[in-house]
Design a protein around this ligand. Structure first.
Ligand code: SF4
Length: 760
């Protein structure tokens, strides 16, 4: 290898010396990195985004020292993005929680959990079961979600339980339920490659889901259409970029539907056989014209007609979306319209033809399937008597013990705290101080609590406010499964022991169940996540997300299995790639449903004093609130600080230049100093800020307005002003902080027997 290659590998933490590193091929397999510096490779799944890349985690002397893409994994075929390539550094990063703390004092686990149980019981005794709430995450393994749901809703009997998945994917869930009668992405990644036309709507996959990019333009002749207000990296890959006006999506979708009908590109007879609600939709669309759609969406009429013809004449079309659609007060509505577009053009249930939500977190799907939040385990509705009876029978509990409704969603829990109705909150593996909109209000809610319990792997701005801190093991230190965006269940394995007294979340849930007194009732005989998984397989049987045929051994053989996969013969080894291939949907009668949708005006539009519209998003180097990636030197050096993007004409109008420090302020809060990027990537009158940073927190600005159905926040549209700021006096202090972090000693790990792995 050249010195340049060594330098690159060293930066990524993959190089262990010129004489120690070589790639070798294996018959029937892709290339696998071999190094004498690694004792063994543990096969696992990436713990960041929902693409679900397979990887091999290298371990030496009980520490994670390297990572590489799994060449045999069906999702990524050996590739990883910058976050995945540096993921082993997370396990050695500073800032880990290693000891339970109560009121700032280190205590033993029994004392901490006894305190949590006693304080929560006291609140419930005095104020009722609605006075304690739980906020979970999309970062746990499915086995932990399943155990947590049982503990919270059946064991502790709490009314309010939700997760940060409501902040990213709830609108996709609500839209799927309305359109198809159940949650569940209908397509798969292979459809990206097979589609004649691939529409990426509000989906900047180049930054957010990088290992989907190799699926784009994977074959000649594919037309890629990107819909996004910004000229994102993904828009730069596309053949056609529709720079839709923020909140213009519904007008644009209505316009495309009108143009399809005008050109006779919808087979209405076939559509009528597939869907209910068609007449209401057609009546509504008769009130629309393409010209109106153009005026309201910012995309000209000729382009709308051209795109409609491209879609309508294509044999196979995929409509993929993510946060650009979901992060809106009309996210659910927009999802149903994307589903409608797919249904009316016959693009559901065929290879290369699907509506497809790209999920956010590594296991957001797992909590959707197995949790007790938006639905009961197995996508069972709370109000379906048949589903309730079946679930109660499989769990071996009295049906009356099942909750009768979902309880408060995430924003309703925050409202409940501010109203004084919720007095205790248990936050698990999420950092709402940075991730929830309108930060000042969220912090006021957390400070108003009588009891805040935070369970996490790292110190965060949220743990800093906690009365009780529970140190948890993180990815790489625990066992289980993730489900990715295409419904593929993959294994997650422990490679190293957690540091100090940190424990897997699964162990913490079972220990709290013992402290609460419901362990023997709900978890008798459970000793490991595998026990939870085997019960989950039985509970999921016959449901849309049937995993009864997905054993851990089958996952090992195939690299990952897509649900539904009932037990028995008849399903391919790697499961079911597509839903609705028989044209039968989950609504009674088997038809899908379409809905008329009107756009609603912005609540916080640009105006004098706040003349710009703020859009928020991500960058490829960081993950969520940087709890993990902010501690990894290579990622920090690639993206050390937040920025604000502004169009050159707007910057010139304000007398600002690229690199200036500016203040960005909304009606709710301000970022005091942030670097200006002057770029035509954003439209005139709009600005963009990535949301990852705590010190330049975009959520000090965002509006706490929520989708009325899904309760997902409207992160992407609010009014701000931008003005010149003074120099950054904190810059030296922050650089010194970063230098201290990168030289901090790695956390001590307790020795324990080698965890189950896949040595190579
Ligand atoms: Fe991990 Fe997503 Fe990157 Fe794949 S694309 S390596 S799953 S962060």
């Amino acid at each position: 290898m050249t010195r340049g290659v060594h330098r690159l590998l060293a930066r990524l933490g993959l190089d262990h010396g010129a004489d120690r590193y070589a790639y070798v091929g294996q018959p029937g397999h892709g290339p696998v990195a071999r190094t004498r510096a690694v004792d063994r490779w543990v096969r696992t799944t990436c713990g960041y985004c929902s693409v679900g890349c397979g990887m091999l985690l290298g371990v030496r002397d009980g520490r994670a020292v390297a990572v590489q893409g799994d060449p045999n994994h069906p999702v990524n075929r050996g590739r990883l993005c910058p976050k995945g390539l540096s993921e082993h550094h997370m396990l050695e990063a500073e800032g880990r929680l290693t000891t339970p703390r109560v009121d700032g004092r280190a205590v033993a686990w029994d004392a901490a959990l006894g305190h949590v149980a006693a304080r929560m019981r006291d609140l419930i005794d005095r104020h009722g079961r609605g006075s304690v709430a739980v906020l979970s995450t999309g970062q746990l393994v499915t086995e932990e979600f399943y155990a947590l749901g049982k503990l919270v809703r059946l064991g502790m009997g709490l009314e309010h339980y939700d997760g940060n998945t409501t902040l990213c994917m709830a609108s996709a869930v609500s839209g799927y339920k309305l359109s198809f009668g159940s949650d569940g992405p209908p397509g798969c990644y292979e459809d990206f490659e097979l589609a004649d036309v691939l529409v990426l709507w509000g989906a900047n996959i180049a930054d957010n889901h990088p290992l989907l990019v190799p699926r784009v333009h994977a074959r000649d002749g594919q037309t890629v259409i990107a819909v996004d207000p910004r000229v994102t990296k993904t828009a730069m890959l596309a053949d056609v970029h529709l720079a839709v006006r923020p909140r213009g999506d519904i007008a644009l979708l209505n316009g495309i539907l009108v143009a399809l009908l005008d050109d006779g590109l919808v087979d209405l007879a076939a559509a009528r056989r597939r869907v209910d609600g068609l007449d209401e939709l057609l009546t509504h669309l008769a009130t629309w014209t393409v010209d109106r759609a153009a005026a309201e969406s910012g995309v000209d009429a000729a382009t709308i007609r051209g795109v409609a013809r491209t879609i309508g004449r294509a044999e196979r079309c995929v409509f993929a979306w993510t946060m650009g659609v979901n992060h809106s007060v009309q996210g659910t509505d927009t999802v149903t319209l994307l589903d409608t577009l797919a249904l009316l053009t016959g693009n559901v249930g065929r290879p290369g033809a699907a509506p497809f939500s790209i999920t956010g977190q590594c296991n957001a799907m797992g909590t959707r399937e197995a949790g007790f939040t938006a639905s009961m385990p197995g996508y069972r509705p709370y109000d379906d008597p048949v589903a309730r009876a079946e679930l109660a029978e499989r769990l071996g509990v009295d049906e009356a013990r099942l909750p009768s409704q979902r309880g408060g969603a995430y924003p309703d829990i925050v409202d409940g705290v501010l109203a004084g109705e919720i007095k205790g909150l248990w936050v698990i593996a999420t950092n709402p101080v940075v991730s929830f909109p309108h930060r000042d209000r969220l912090e006021a809610a957390l400070r108003a609590l009588d009891l805040l319990v935070v369970q996490d792997g790292f110190e965060t701005p949220t743990t800093a406010l906690a009365d009780v801190v529970l140190p948890a093991a993180i990815w790489g230190e625990k066992e289980g499964t993730f489900t990715n965006s295409e419904r593929r269940v993959s294994r997650v394995r422990a490679a190293v022991a957690p540091p100090g007294e940190a424990r897997p979340d699964f162990d913490i849930f079972l220990a709290l169940a013992r402290a609460w007194g419901c362990h023997d009732d709900l978890f008798a005989g459970w000793t490991s996540p595998r026990d939870a998984y085997e019960e989950w397989r039985r509970v999921s049987a016959g449901r849309p997300c049937d995993a009864s045929g997905i054993s851990w051994e089958r996952i090992d053989r195939t690299g990952g299995v897509q649900w539904p996969c009932p037990a028995g013969d008849g399903v391919p080894p790697a499961g079911t790639p597509r839903l609705y291939t028989d044209g039968v949907f989950h609504h009674p009668g088997g038809k899908a449903r379409v809905f008329p949708v009107e756009p609603v005006a912005l609540r916080d539009p640009p105006r004098p004093g706040f003349p710009f519209l703020l859009n928020t998003g991500r960058t490829v180097e960081h993950w969520h609130t940087r709890t993990k990636t902010g501690r990894i030197a290579i990622l920090e050096s690639l993206a050390p600080d937040a920025w604000v993007e502004m169009h050159p004409d707007d910057a010139a109008g304000l007398g600002l230049r690229a690199g200036d420090w500016v203040t960005v302020e909304s009606a709710r809060g301000r970022i005091e100093r942030i670097r200006l990027r002057v770029t035509a990537v954003v439209r005139r009158g709009e600005v963009f800020v990535p949301f990852h940073w705590e010190d330049r927190c975009a959520n000090r600005l965002t509006d706490d307005e929520f989708d009325p159905v899904s309760r997902e926040p409207n992160y992407k549209q609010c009014a701000v002003q931008v003005r010149a700021a003074g120099p950054d006096r904190d810059v030296k202090a922050r650089r010194a902080r970063r230098a201290r972090r990168s030289s901090a000693p790695a956390p001590a790990r307790t020795a324990r027997p080698a965890p189950a792995g896949d040595p190579r």
